[in-house]
Design a protein around this ligand. Structure first.
Ligand SMILES: [Zn+2]
Length: 85
C-alpha cells in the first residue's frame, strides 16, 4: 500500500513557524536557520518535532516537546526580528 500523500520535507517550505504550545514561545525558521542547528533539508516536517525542543521550557526545567509546526511562505515582521538602524 502506498502512502496517500508525499511527505513534505523542510526544503519544501521557505519558512516554518515553530510554536511551543506550553509557553507560547514562537519563532520562524528558514531552511538556513534549521541547517545551522543541524536539521537537514530532507528532514520531514512531521519529524521536526523529534529534533527540536523549546529552549524557554527547557530553561524552566520542562521538556519543551509540545511544539506546533506551521508552514509559512514569508517571514512575518515581528518585534523580535527588527534590527536597530
Ligand atoms: Zn515552551
Amino acid at each position: 500500500m502506498k502512502p496517500a500523500t508525499v511527505q513534505k520535507t523542510v526544503s519544501c517550505q521557505p519558512f516554518l513557524q515553530i510554536s511551543c504550545t506550553d509557553c507560547g514561545h514562537s519563532k520562524v525558521w528558514s531552511e538556513e536557520d534549521l541547517a545551522y542547528h543541524g536539521i537537514a533539508p530532507e528532514t520531514a516536517i512531521d519529524e521536526l518535532g523529534k529534533h527540536l525542543f523549546c529552549s524557554r521550557c527547557r530553561a524552566q526545567g520542562g521538556l519543551g516537546y509540545n511544539l506546533e509546526i506551521i508552514p509559512r511562505w514569508s517571514r512575518p515582521v515581528e518585534p523580535w526580528l527588527r534590527r536597530a538602524g
